[in-house]
Design a binder for this molecule. Sequence first.
Ligand SMILES: Nc1nc2c(ncn2[C@@H]2O[C@H](COP(=O)(O)OP(=O)(O)OP(=O)(O)O)[C@@H](O)[C@H]2O)c(=O)[nH]1
Ligand SMILES: Nc1ncnc2c1ncn2[C@H]1C[C@H](O)[C@@H](COP(=O)(O)OP(=O)(O)O)O1
Ligand SMILES: [Mg+2]
Length: 195
Amino acid sequence: MAAELAGKKIIFIVGGPGSGKGTQCERIVAKYGYCHLSSGDLLRAEVASGSERGQELQEIMKRGELVPLETVLAMIRDKMLANTDAKGFLIDGYPREVDQGKQFESSIASATSVLYLDVATETMVQRLIKRGQTSGRADDNEETIRARLNTFEKATAPVVDFYKQQGKLFEIERSVAESSPDDVFAKVCLLFDKL
Ligand SMILES: Nc1nc2c(ncn2[C@@H]2O[C@H](COP(=O)(O)OP(=O)(O)OP(=O)(O)O)[C@@H](O)[C@H]2O)c(=O)[nH]1
Ligand SMILES: Nc1ncnc2c1ncn2[C@H]1C[C@H](O)[C@@H](COP(=O)(O)OP(=O)(O)O)O1
Ligand SMILES: [Mg+2]
């Protein structure tokens, strides 16, 4: 456990690719002032640095697979320890597999709550194809999108059940998660207002 992080609120944001995690995190930061950490963004920054490591990561991400657990965990930990004055942390896109959650909690700190955005597969595909027209992300193409969805079903869906059993899950149900970002945010605020 990292003593510097004792007592800090830690919220995991979980959902399939294109479920709106980044969109909601932006709003949460603006209203509540948490420190936002996106595992995907951290990995893309490593890719952009042009390092050899970054090239390996890029290959894995283009296949829609998960990068090694240790890599992401170290990046998140470093970023958290560089921001210990934050009142809380939004960990976006992590954990992606149950083991990531367990390792995080044993080596960093335990999560306060897990926010889950439930969006139908076809809606996510449509959103990502649209985002791909302007995002420049190497993984926003139909083939990689399908692979990411497959990884989500296999590795990440169990994460949702894991935290539900612990009573930590705050779920945005499909009827809301598929409406407008403002409607989703109104529901998200119900969680953050009582933290
Ligand atoms: N209709 C609708 N569209 C949304 C909503 N949230 C996000 N989108 C759109 O869906 C796309 C994906 O949203 P992101 O916030 O980037 O999703 P993400 O979960 O961070 O996706 P990854 O980074 O791929 O994990 C974007 O183009 C958004 O404009 C929403 O609540 N309603
Ligand atoms: N916690 C994590 N563990 C392993 N790989 C991760 C990860 N977070 C992100 N990645 C890798 C695999 C993802 O397909 C890729 C892009 O992540 P992302 O931006 O969160 O998008 P998406 O949810 O659409 O896959 O980076
Ligand atoms: Mg994102």
